[in-house]
Design a protein around this ligand. Structure first.
Ligand code: HEM
Length: 412
């Protein structure tokens, strides 16, 4: 347990890196939920110019913030704790995740038809083929890293096919997304956050500019074309809005599902009785997916900014202050779940991994659920006796909640 967990709560800075070296600080969140469900951290050591922030840690608090976009804006300060991080705020606001209504709703509507459970279900065969192909490439090997060798290539190809990218570009895009989202972790990004701004962002823009020009000449059926040809209130999106729209879908598609699949597999490999239950009764996979989303939400938090003075669960909040909705905490809220830290494939819980409703509820829920189901089914079918073979390590981040490495022995 990190030492800071014992500190008086008014001295705790929830985002401090030493609390996140081995995943989310569960004991600290347990304390916050019971003693101070809306907690103030006065700043961030890594970003000394950034303001302090409120941590909202219970399901009830997050539900209230998520639903009330008029009081809690996604646009005013963006959706992560650091307002001016890798992206300047202006650029962040070109993604619909960082817009408020009405513009948010109009841009999101462009994509909603393609992401309904029914439309997504049409992709099951294709996703299974991608997954089998990736798992098939491990034939003859004794060990692998589930992050790099199964999760990453599968999710990159699935979102790549939605965006209309050739498979040969998957590795490059995965690298770009990983370094930009894990910019602060020296293992993910040894050259530091400046290199992301100087090298990786320009590469994203350069690659996208070429694609945009190509789609203007030759419209296709993919989501990149949807962005290029979209009209909002009679106007086309500007070039930087198309690039950032593309970035949002790529980042959300690449990172999230990979994170939850790997954590789910780790939980199953660490508890053989749970794995055996699934092997005996594969109809439990959908419930396992919901339990994995609950215990290991791919994003530790998203942020809002208060648009006016208000009160949340009795705590006064001032206009302009930031609030972080900690899904990693609310999904283990003991007032909602019995034995919240235990992975139980039969629980089939409701959770807030995709947000707690409201305007920004995840666009990709059906796709994420389908990918997770197929990935778990196919991995267990081919390698039912897989074992952990080394130390799983987390990306050090209070934003993305994911393993950087999960070494396994394939045949146990
Ligand atoms: C395990 C998988 C996933 C998790 C846990 C997850 C989680 C979330 C959460 C918590 C939000 C809400 C953000 C907020 O309230 O500010 C969100 C929004 C979003 N997600 Fe996901 N996501 C996942 C997979 C995906 C996938 C596969 C896509 C596919 C493209 C996707 C696309 C989006 C988009 C576009 C938004 C913005 C929606 C809006 O602002 O209206 N997500 N996601």
């Amino acid at each position: 347990m990190p030492a800071d967990t014992d500190k008086p709560l008014d001295e705790v800075l929830v985002l401090e890196e030493d609390l996140w070296l081995d995943g989310p600080p569960d004991e600290l969140f347990t304390r916050l939920r019971s003693e101070c469900p809306v907690h103030w951290s006065s700043g961030m050591t890594m970003f000394p110019d950034e303001e302090g922030y409120w941590s909202v840690t219970t399901a009830e608090g997050i539900y209230e913030v998520s639903r009330d976009w008029e009081t809690y804006s996604s646009e005013k300060g963006g959706i992560t704790a650091v307002t001016e991080g890798v992206f300047p705020l202006e650029l962040m606001r070109s993604m619909f995740i960082s817009m408020d209504p009405p513009k948010h709703d109009r841009v999101k509507a462009l994509f909603q038809r393609g992401f309904t459970p029914k439309r997504i279900a049409e992709h099951e065969d294709e996703i299974r083929e991608i997954t089998r192909d990736v798992i098939g490439k491990l034939e003859g090997r004794e060990t692998c890293d589930l992050v790099d060798d199964i999760a990453q290539p599968v999710v990159a190809r699935v979102i790549g096919s939605f965006m209309g990218l050739p498979p040969t570009d998957d590795v490059v895009w995965a690298r770009l997304m990983n370094t930009i989202l894990g910019a602060n972790d020296p293992d993910v990004n040894p050259e530091g956050i400046e290199s992301v701004m100087e090298r990786d962002l320009p590469e994203v823009f350069e690659r996208c500019t070429k694609m945009i020009a190509d789609r203007r000449e030759n419209p296709t059926e993919d989501l990149t074309s949807v962005l290029v040809h979209a009209e909002i209130d009679g106007e086309k999106l500007e070039e930087h809005e198309i690039v950032m729209g593309f970035f949002l879908l790529m980042a959300a598609g690449n990172d999230s599902t990979k994170a939850t699949y790997c954590s789910a597999m780790r939980a199953l490999l660490e508890d053989d009785s749970q794995r055996r239950m699934l092997l005996d009764d594969p109809s439990l996979v959908p419930s396992t997916v919901e339990e994995a989303l609950r215990m290991f939400p791919a994003f530790a938090h998203f942020r809002r900014t208060a648009t006016k003075d208000t009160e949340l669960l009795g705590q006064p909040i001032k206009e302009g202050e930031k609030l972080l909705m900690w899904y990693v905490s609310s999904n283990r809220d003991e007032t909602r779940y019995e034995d919240p830290h235990t992975f139980d494939v039969k629980r089939n819980p409701e959770h807030q991994a995709f947000g707690a409703g409201g305007r920004h509820f995840c666009l990709g829920t059906a796709l994420a659920r389908l990918e997770l189901r197929v990935l778990i089914e196919e991995t267990l079918a081919r390698y039912p006796d897989m074992e952990i073979d080394g130390d799983p390590k987390y990306v050090i981040s209070g934003f993305v909640n994911q393993l950087r490495t999960l070494p396994v022995k394939l045949d146990g």
